[in-house]
Design a protein around this ligand. Structure first.
Ligand SMILES: Cc1ncc(COP(=O)(O)O)c(C=O)c1O
Length: 356
């Protein structure tokens, strides 16, 4: 029997070589490699500024804090913000910790599975580009775009965007995140916010020491910040991955297209982070696939049904309707055609069995 994983990491030898150099250099926290990655990533997505943090959850949280920073914490619960229920817990955790009132919004009709901004009276939203497909944000205010699934050349759309570099993402740094924005002052705030509210990191102090040295030892927290800076080790993995990203995205696209052809589907979710489909009797389907050596997943267990978020407003009938059917098939760069066809065959047999 075949053994098809949900995700298989492409070769990381080049990343390992570069990381070894950084470790041997003796500078392992964040510094020049982080700055280089921020600059190159900004160029790739077409954003004026990028600030790296240690994960996307932190990126979402810092942007929520910044957008609503003029509203005192005790009054922030008057601000309502719409998010989908079909997303990672991070999309909810960030605005909740920033003191905002989260409302779960239903998905749109059709096969995008993205949130429908028309279905909310919330004044703000965090759209999620589910599986890679761009979510239509209409004319509603966007606090930050959750772009964890959509890392694409020239994908920056003049909002704040939060990216994830988690292990299975289109570009990985093992763990990592990025904030993209268009305002320099705001970018400087994120750089301080990620390090105790301090704009003079040890890397900058080192530079001051070498160039004149006046009061090179001084630093202060200008506001009560957080601690979510990345490291040069993560940024170095990112630099190598960025060089490969066009090819990695093209590979995901190749797999998705073959699935589309084999399953008779037409959805385009380019740059394809995951491949979700609807099947009858999803839970039984998961065991059927397991019995045939294929590991699938579900994106995502619905947030509004989770203990942590069950007290929040949720009017999401369409999301609930598809949830019992939604499944994510294996998709990763360099997935072999034979494996893709094997999965297609199993899915088609299951669907046929349930039509007969
Ligand atoms: C849609 C979405 N948003 C946010 C995140 C959080 O990313 P991170 O793990 O980098 O914090 C994820 C992670 O998988 C995600 O899928």
């Amino acid at each position: 029997m075949r053994d098809i994983p949900f995700f298989k990491m492409p070769n990381l030898d080049k990343e390992a070589e570069e990381v070894a150099k950084v470790i041997r250099s003796g500078w392992v926290t964040f510094g020049p490699k982080t700055a280089e990655f921020e600059e190159k990533f900004a160029k790739y997505i077409g954003a004026p500024y990028c600030v790296m943090v240690d994960n996307c959850t932190a990126a979402l949280y810092l942007t929520c804090e910044h957008v609503f920073s003029r509203i005192p914490k005790e009054e922030r619960n008057k601000v309502t913000i719409g998010i989908p229920s079909l997303t990672c817990a991070a999309t909810a955790i960030a605005p909740i910790h920033a003191g905002l009132t989260v409302k779960f919004i239903d998905i749109e009709e059709g096969d995008s599975f993205c949130m429908d901004w028309r279905k909310t009276d919330a004044s703000w939203q965090i759209p999620v580009h589910y599986a890679g497909k761009e979510c239509d944000t209409g004319n509603r205010l966007v606090a930050v775009e959750d772009s964890a699934h959509r890392i694409i050349r020239n994908g920056y759309k003049n909002h704040r965007q939060a990216y994830s570099f988690y292990a299975t993402k289109n570009l990985t740094t093992s763990e990592g995140g990025m904030i993209a924005c268009s305002n320099e002052e705001e970018a400087i705030w994120y750089k301080k916010a990620r390090l105790y509210g301090n704009g003079n990191a040890s890397f900058s102090r080192d530079k001051m020491y070498s160039s004149g040295g006046e009061k090179y030892w001084e630093f202060e927290s200008e506001f009560v910040g957080w601690k979510c800076n990345p490291t040069d080790i993560l940024a170095t993995i990112g630099l190598v991955q960025l060089e490969k990203l066009d090819e990695l995205n093209a590979e995901r696209e190749r797999v998705a297209k073959r699935y589309n052809e084999g399953l008779g589907l037409t959805t385009d979710r380019s740059p394809w982070h995951i491949y979700p489909i609807l099947v009858p009797e999803r839970d039984k389907f998961m065991y059927y696939m397991k019995d045939n050596g294929v590991k699938c997943s579900v994106h995502f267990p619905l947030l509004h049904r989770m203990k942590a978020f069950s007290h929040l407003s949720a009017n999401v009938p369409l999301t609930e309707k598809i949830y019992d059917k939604i499944v994510t098939l294996p998709l990763y760069p360099y997935m072999e055609n034979e494996d893709i066809d094997y999965v297609i065959d199993l899915v088609n047999k299951w669907k046929k069995r349930h039509l007969d």
